[in-house]
Design a protein. Structure first.
Lengths: 743, 339
C-alpha cells in the first residue's frame, strides 16, 4: 500500500487557518485576563535633548489614572548594559526606556500612563505636560557621506566587507566600465498587528507575558535580567503574530513598559502601541551605495567595487550584510567591498526582511543591468557568463546551487528570448512596456533548537518547541514533518510553539526556522520512534523482532520493515498494549560544524518582471512578475509559495512606493501612518507567479531545506527598476520610483 | 482623545440647537476623518452631535431638473445611485476614486466637504502648524511638501483640500445648502472652500454651528463627455497628487461648454475660468487642450518636493480632456481603476 502519511512537499493548508479566520486565535494584546489596567505610551516630540520636568500632578488627580511612570520614578533596575542585551542585539549600549532624562531620538517613549481604561490612559497621556530642553540633532545620512566608519565587531552574523585581488587593477583592464550611486530611504516594518503586550500578574507574583515577539526566549531572558526575575516568574508567550518581518526580533519597549507597570502596580496590564508609534523603533536604514564594475571583451567581470553607508544610532552599532553578496553572486577575480555606518540621532535600525541583501541586491543588480547594456549583452546572458560556480568570498563549493536551472526555467516561462534588447521598443497604447531581470543570494542558516514529542495511547501526537509563527506557516510545516516522521495523519498531530515552558528555539528570523526547528522536530520524532520500535518489539509475536531503527519505517499508522511492508505492526496496538499512558522523547538539532566548514550554504533566486509605464504621466504598473527560487527542499508548496508571493508584493512596494520620510529640521519621520506610508493595495498587484526549482541538498541540514522567508524579496526592486529602464530608457537609481522620477 | 458626550439628533433643528447648546461641539457624520483627528488630538471636541439619524439620506430630483444629494447619504450610496451614475457619472467616478470601499460606506457627503487636509504636520502635534495652531508657523514650507499646494497658497499655509468628490462638485457647479440658527442659506460651491490667506485655520465659509443639509446639482451633468483622472502614489487608496475633473459639451468636434477643476493642487478644488474660456468654442484637439492646461497652472509655484506637480497637472489636464472628448473612456486601464 502506498503511503497516505507522506506530507512533506505537499501543499496542505495552514493548520491554524480556521482559528485565525474565526477569531479563535488570540494575539498578544487580546488576552482578556481579569482586572486589566491599560497603559499608553507618551512619545517624545523632540529628537534630542533633556526632559526637564514631568508635571504629572494634574493627570494623577484624574479618577481612574493609576500611575505615570517615567525616569523620575522608575525603580532601580539592572545596572549593566549586558542585562539589557538581547540575543540579536548589535554592539553598544541598548536603549533603556525611562532610564534617565535624555532624549536620544524622536518618538522615544518618555512616560507611560496607566489607567483603568484604555481611553482614559490615552486621554491622560494627551494632557501630560512635559518640559523639554532641546539640543541640536543630526539625522541626515547624506550629511555624513564622509563621516562613516567601518563597524568594529558588528552583531552576530555580520561579515566584514570582502576584498580580494586588486579591484583597481581589474577595472583598469576593463573595456567597458560603469560607476553609479544607488539610494533608498528608510523603511519601517509595519506589520498589520500593532506591537502590544498583556501581562497577567498572578496572585503569587508570577507573570505570564503575552508579548508580540519573534522570540519568546529572547524576551524572557531580557525580562529576567532587567527586572531580576527568575525564569519561573516570567513566562513569555506568543502564539500568533500578525506579521513581524524582523520588527519583533528584539524585545520592544512595550515589553519593558508593561512588565514594569505590572510589577510596580502588582496588577495585570495591557499595552498596545499606536500605528504612529510603530515608527518609533527599528527600521531598514536609509542606505547610500556605489557600485563600480568593468568587463572584458567577452563580457567577463574583471573588477567590482561596491560600497555602502547607512545610519546607526548613537548608542548601538547596527550592522547588516549589504555588500558581501556582491562578492559571491558573480564570478570576479578582483573585488573590493566597503561597508560603513555613521551614528545619528535616531533609534537603532533593525533587521527587516532580508536585511542588507534586499538593499545590496538592489544596487548590485541594477548595476549589473547597466553593465550589461554597456557591454552590449542581454542582461540574463551577461549573468550567465559570470556565473559563480563556487563561493569566491569563502573559497568553498556551494552545498547546492541551482541558479542556472532557475535562469533556464524562468527565461522559458517568461518568454525572455522574445525580449528586444533596445529600450523603448515595445508600446501598448499609451504604455511603454519593459522587461527586467535581477536576482539574489541569501544565507541558508541553521541554529540550535530543541523539541519535545509526546504520544498518547489514542495515537495522538503532540510536538512542541518554542519557535515563532509570524504568519509564515511554522505550525503547518512542523505538523507535516512530525506526522510524516511517525507515519501519522496530520490531524493526529498538534504542534505547540511560542511559549517559554516549551523547549528552547531560536528567534524566528534569518529564514532559519524551517531548518532549525524542523530538524529538531524530526530528530525528536525519530527519538520517539526508537522508543516505539522497542515497545513494538515487545509485542508477543512481533514481526519486527531484531529490526534496527534503520530497518523500519513509520507509514500509514504502522511500523513496518522497509524491505517487507507486510511485516508490520499497527502503532495504536503498540501504544495500547504497552500499558503506558503516554510516551515522550526530547531531542535537539544543531548545525554541523564540519559541513559548515566545507560548504557555502545559500539559496538563490531570479526575478523576471514586466512593467507598463505611462510615459506622459509617469505611472508604473507591474503587470507581471515571475520569481524562480532555488531554496533546497520545499516543505509545503502552499505556505512556501505564500512566502514568496508576500516577498514579491514587498519588492513592488520597495520599488514603487515605500519610504519613511524624515524632516531633518525636526529629526522626525513625518509620514508615520498607513494613509501616507504606502504599501501596495490589491490594485497594485497583477500577475505574479512563483516557481521553485528542484534542488536537492544533502549537506545543508537533515531536512535539505534552506528557508524561503526572505530570498524571494531579493532582486524584485532591481528587476522592476531594470524593466522601467527597458520600457523608457530612463535609469532610476533612487527608490521609490515615484511617478515624478519619470516625468 | 478628549472624553466627550454624544447625542444623536433626530431632526435638523434639534441638531443645530444641540450644537450651540454645548461649549465645544462638533458634528459627526461617518467619523472617518473626525475620529482620526480626535485620536491625534488635533480636534478636541467635548460634545459630538451625531448626524446618522437625520432624515438627510435621500437623493432626489429637484423641481429645476437637478439632483439633490442629502448631506448624510454615504459616499458609496451616492456614487452608486442610478441617477448619479446616469446623469452625473463624473461625480460617481470621482467619489469612487477616493478612499476605499469601507471608508466610502461610512463617509457622508457633508463630511466629505468638511474633511481636513492630509498635511503631515497638521496631524503631528510635535510640529508647528498654522492651520492647527494659528500663529505657530507652517512647517510644510521648507519641509516635506510632496502633497502640498502649487496654486493659491499663502505664506501661512500651503495645504491642499484632499477630497476627490469636491473636485467633481466644483466642476459641476453644485450648490451647498446649509442650516444654522439663523435659518437656511445656499453657498455656491466655488465660495464654499476658501484659500488659506492669513487665516488657514478656516477651511471654508461655513459659520460655526452651521450644518450642511444637502448638495444640489444643477441640471447639466455632462454625462456624455467627462473624465475624472487621479494620479497618486499607489493605484488605489491614496490621496491625489493631482486630479482632474474634466467635462465637455461637444457639438460635433467643437467644444460648446467646458468645465475643468483640479484636485490636490490647492486649498480648494481649483477652477480656472480662463482655461475654460480657452476651451469653449474651440475644436476638441490636443492643441486646444494644451492651451487650457497652460492657463490652468498659470501662476503655479512649487515648494520643492512638489515642483513636479506643475508639469504633472499640465499633462493630466490634457489627458483628462482627451478622455472626456473620447466619451469618458479611460484611455489607459490603470489610471482610473477604482476597485
Ligand atoms: C485612510 C483614508 C484614505 C482616504 N482617502 C481619500 C481619498 O482618496 N479621497 C477622498 O476624497 N477622501 C479620502 N478619504 C477621506 C474621506 O473621504 C473623508 O474622511 C470622509 O468623506 C469624511 O466623511 P465623514 O462623514 O466620515 O466625516 P466625519 O469624519 O464625520 O466629519 C468630518 C468633518 O466634517 C464635519 N461634518 C460632518 N458632517 C457634517 C455636516 N453635515 N455639516 C457640517 N459639518 C459636518 C465634522 O464635524 C468634521 O469636522 C480618506 C480617508 C481615510 C481615513
Ligand atoms: S501647510 Fe497648512 S496645514 Fe500644513 S503645516 Fe503649513 S499651515 Fe499647517
Amino acid at each position: 500500500m502506498s503511503s497516505t502519511t507522506n506530507h512533506v512537499g505537499k501543499a496542505p493548508s495552514r493548520v491554524e487557518g480556521p482559528a485565525k479566520v474565526t477569531g479563535a486565535a488570540k494575539y498578544s494584546a487580546e488576552f482578556n485576563v481579569p482586572d486589566l489596567v491599560y497603559g499608553y505610551v507618551v512619545s517624545s516630540p523632540i529628537a534630542k535633548g533633556k526632559i526637564l520636568k514631568i508635571h504629572a500632578d494634574k493627570v494623577l488627580a484624574i479618577p481612574g489614572v493609576l500611575q505615570v511612570f517615567s525616569h523620575e520614578n522608575v525603580p532601580g533596575l539592572a545596572w549593566f548594559d549586558k542585562s539589557y542585551k538581547d540575543d540579536v542585539a548589535p554592539g553598544g549600549s541598548p536603549f533603556r526606556p525611562l532610564h534617565d532624562d535624555e532624549v536620544k531620538f524622536s518618538m522615544q517613549p518618555v512616560a507611560l500612563v496607566v489607567a483603568d481604561t484604555f481611553e482614559l490612559a490615552r486621554y491622560a497621556a494627551s494632557i501630560l505636560d512635559i518640559e523639554y530642553k532641546e539640543s541640536t540633532h543630526e539625522t541626515d545620512i547624506e550629511a555624513k557621506r564622509d563621516d562613516g566608519h567601518e563597524p568594529g565587531k558588528g552583531k552576530t552574523g555580520y561579515k566584514p566587507p570582502v576584498r580580494r585581488g586588486n579591484a583597481n587593477k581589474g577595472l583598469a583592464k576593463a573595456e567597458q566600465h560603469i560607476k553609479q550611486e544607488y539610494i533608498h530611504g528608510a523603511q519601517h516594518h509595519n506589520p498589520m498587528e500593532l506591537f502590544g503586550a498583556t501581562v497577567h500578574y498572578h496572585p503569587n507574583g508570577k507573570l505570564t507575558i503575552y508579548d508580540k515577539t519573534q522570540g519568546v526566549y529572547n524576551c524572557q531572558q531580557y525580562v529576567t535580567k532587567v527586572f531580576g526575575l527568575s525564569k519561573e516568574q516570567a513566562r513569555v508567550v506568543n502564539l500568533y503574530m500578525g506579521g513581524g518581518f524582523g520588527a519583533g526580533l528584539r524585545p520592544q519597549y512595550e515589553l519593558f513598559l508593561s512588565v514594569l507597570a505590572a510589577l510596580e502596580l502588582k496588577r495585570s496590564v495591557r499595552l498596545s502601541l499606536t500605528r504612529q508609534q510603530m515608527f518609533s523603533f527599528g527600521h531598514r536604514p536609509h542606505t547610500l551605495q556605489t557600485v563600480e564594475m568593468g568587463t572584458g571583451p567577452d563580457g567577463a567581470l574583471l573588477g567590482l567595487k561596491h560600497s555602502a553607508l547607512h545610519e546607526t544610532s548613537r548608542f548601538e552599532e547596527y550592522t547588516e550584510n549589504v555588500v558581501n553578496w556582491s562578492g559571491m553572486l558573480y564570478k570576479c577575480p578582483d573585488v573590493h567591498l566597503n561597508y560603513q555606518v555613521a551614528a545619528l540621532d535616531v533609534y537603532t535600525p533593525l533587521d527587516m526582511r532580508a536585511p542588507g541583501a534586499a538593499t545590496g541586491s538592489f544596487a548590485l543588480e541594477v548595476a549589473m543591468d547597466e553593465m550589461a547594456y554597456a557591454a552590449g549583452l542581454d542582461p540574463l546572458e551577461f549573468r550567465r557568463r559570470n556565473y559563480a560556480e563556487e563561493d569566491q568570498n569563502e573559497n568553498k563549493p556551494f552545498s547546492s546551487k541551482k541558479l542556472r536551472e532557475a535562469y533556464d526555467e524562468g527565461a522559458r516561462r517568461f518568454g525572455w528570448d522574445k525580449r528586444p534588447m533596445a529600450p523603448r521598443a515595445t508600446k501598448e497604447g499609451n504604455m511603454l512596456v519593459g522587461w527586467g531581470v535581477a536576482g539574489g543570494v541569501w544565507d541558508a542558516s541553521m541554529q540550535k533548537a530543541a523539541a519535545k514529542a509526546t504520544i498518547t495511547a489514542d495515537g495522538k501526537l503532540t510536538v512542541s518547541s518554542a519557535a515563532g509563527e509570524n504568519g509564515t506557516g511554522t505550525y503547518t510545516i512542523m505538523t507535516q514533518i512530525a506526522a510524516e516522521t511517525l507515519g501519522l495523519p496530520m490531524e493526529a498531530v498538534t504542534f505547540k510553539l511560542g511559549d517559554t515552558t516549551l523547549p528552547e528555539a531560536p528567534v524566528q528570523g534569518g529564514s532559519w526556522t524551517a531548518a532549525s526547528v524542523g530538524s529538531a522536530v524530526k530528530s525528536t520524532c525519530e527519538a520517539l520512534g526508537e522508543k516505539l520500535l522497542k515497545l513494538a518489539q515487545k509485542l508477543g509475536d512481533s514481526p519486527l523482532k531484531g529490526a534496527k531503527f534503520e530497518d523500519v519505517e513509520f507509514v500509514n499508522g504502522q511500523i513496518r520493515l522497509r524491505q517487507d511492508h507486510d511485516q508490520a505492526v499497527v502503532l495504536r496496538d503498540v501504544l495500547q498494549t504497552s500499558g503506558e499512558r503516554e510516551i515522550e522523547a526530547d531531542s535537539s538539532a544543531m548545525p554541523n560544524p564540519l559541513t559548515m566548514q566545507k560548504y557555502s550554504m545559500h539559496s538563490h533566486n531570479v526575478v523576471f518582471v514586466e512593467v507598463k509605464v505611462d510615459e506622459e504621466l509617469g505611472t508604473v504598473h507591474v503587470s507581471r512578475v515571475l520569481n524562480v527560487v532555488a531554496a533546497g527542499r520545499i516543505l509545503n508548496q502552499k505556505t512556501a509559495r505564500s512566502q514568496v508571493l508576500g516577498s514579491i508584493v514587498w519588492g513592488i512596494s520597495m520599488a514603487l512606493m515605500e519610504e519613511t520620510v524624515m524632516d531633518h529640521r525636526f529629526g522626525r519621520y513625518m509620514n508615520h501612518n498607513y494613509a501616507e506610508y504606502h504599501v501596495p493595495v490589491n490594485a497594485d498587484i497583477r500577475d505574479i507567479e512563483v516557481v521553485f526549482v528542484e534542488e536537492e541538498d544533502p549537506h545543508v541540514n537533515p531536512l535539505g531545506v534552506k528557508g524561503i522567508g526572505e530570498v524571494g524579496l531579493l532582486g524584485v526592486a532591481a528587476a522592476i527598476t531594470n524593466a522601467v529602464y527597458h520600457a523608457t530608457g530612463k535609469r532610476v537609481r533612487q527608490l521609490p520610483i515615484y511617478l515624478d522620477k519619470l516625468l | 482623545m478628549n472624553p466627550f458626550t454624544l447625542t444623536r439628533a433626530e431632526s435638523v433643528d434639534a441638531a443645530v440647537r444641540d450644537f450651540s447648546g454645548h461649549d465645544s461641539s462638533a458634528y459627526i457624520g461617518g467619523g472617518t476623518n473626525l475620529l482620526d483627528l480626535m485620536k491625534e488630538n488635533v480636534a478636541r471636541p467635548t460634545h459630538l452631535v451625531g448626524l446618522n439619524k437625520l432624515p438627510l439620506t435621500s437623493i432626489e430630483t429637484t423641481a429645476e431638473g437637478g439632483l439633490r444629494l442629502g448631506a448624510t447619504a454615504t459616499n458609496a450610496d451616492t456614487a452608486w445611485h442610478p441617477d448619479v451614475q446616469a446623469r452625473y457619472p463624473l461625480l460617481s467616478q470621482a467619489i469612487l476614486a477616493g478612499a476605499s470601499p469601507q471608508l466610502r460606506n461610512m463617509a457622508t457627503n457633508g463630511g466629505n466637504l468638511m474633511q481636513r487636509t492630509r498635511c503631515y504636520y497638521f496631524y503631528d502635534l510635535a510640529t508647528p502648524c498654522n492651520k492647527r495652531e494659528p500663529g505657530s508657523g507652517c512647517s510644510a514650507i521648507g519641509g516635506y511638501n510632496r502633497i502640498h499646494a502649487i496654486l493659491g497658497a499663502s505664506e501661512q499655509c500651503i495645504a491642499t483640500h484632499p477630497s476627490d468628490m469636491c473636485v467633481a462638485l466644483a466642476a459641476l457647479e453644485a450648490v451647498v445648502h446649509v442650516r444654522g440658527n439663523g435659518g437656511e442659506r445656499r453657498i455656491k460651491f466655488e465660495d464654499f472652500h476658501r484659500l488659506p490667506g492669513d487665516a488657514p485655520e478656516q477651511d471654508n465659509t461655513l459659520k460655526a454651528g452651521e450644518l450642511i443639509v444637502a448638495l444640489e446639482l444643477p441640471k447639466k451633468g455632462f454625462e456624455k463627455n467627462f473624465s475624472y483622472l487621479k494620479l497618486r502614489d499607489r493605484t488605489s487608496y491614496a490621496f491625489a497628487l493631482v486630479s482632474v475633473a474634466a467635462a465637455l459639451e461637444l457639438d460635433g468636434t467643437t467644444i460648446r461648454d467646458a468645465r475643468l477643476a483640479l484636485g490636490g493642487v490647492a486649498h480648494k478644488p481649483w477652477r480656472s475660468p480662463a482655461a475654460e474660456d480657452l476651451l469653449k468654442g474651440q475644436p476638441a484637439t490636443e492643441a486646444t487642450f494644451r492651451k487650457a492646461a497652460e492657463a490652468s497652472v498659470e501662476g503655479a509655484v512649487g515648494q520643492g518636493a512638489n515642483d513636479f506637480k506643475i508639469e504633472l497637472a499640465r499633462r493630466a489636464i490634457v489627458r483628462a480632456l482627451k478622455q472626456a472628448a473620447a466619451g469618458g473612456k479611460a484611455t489607459n486601464v490603470f489610471n482610473n481603476s477604482n476597485p
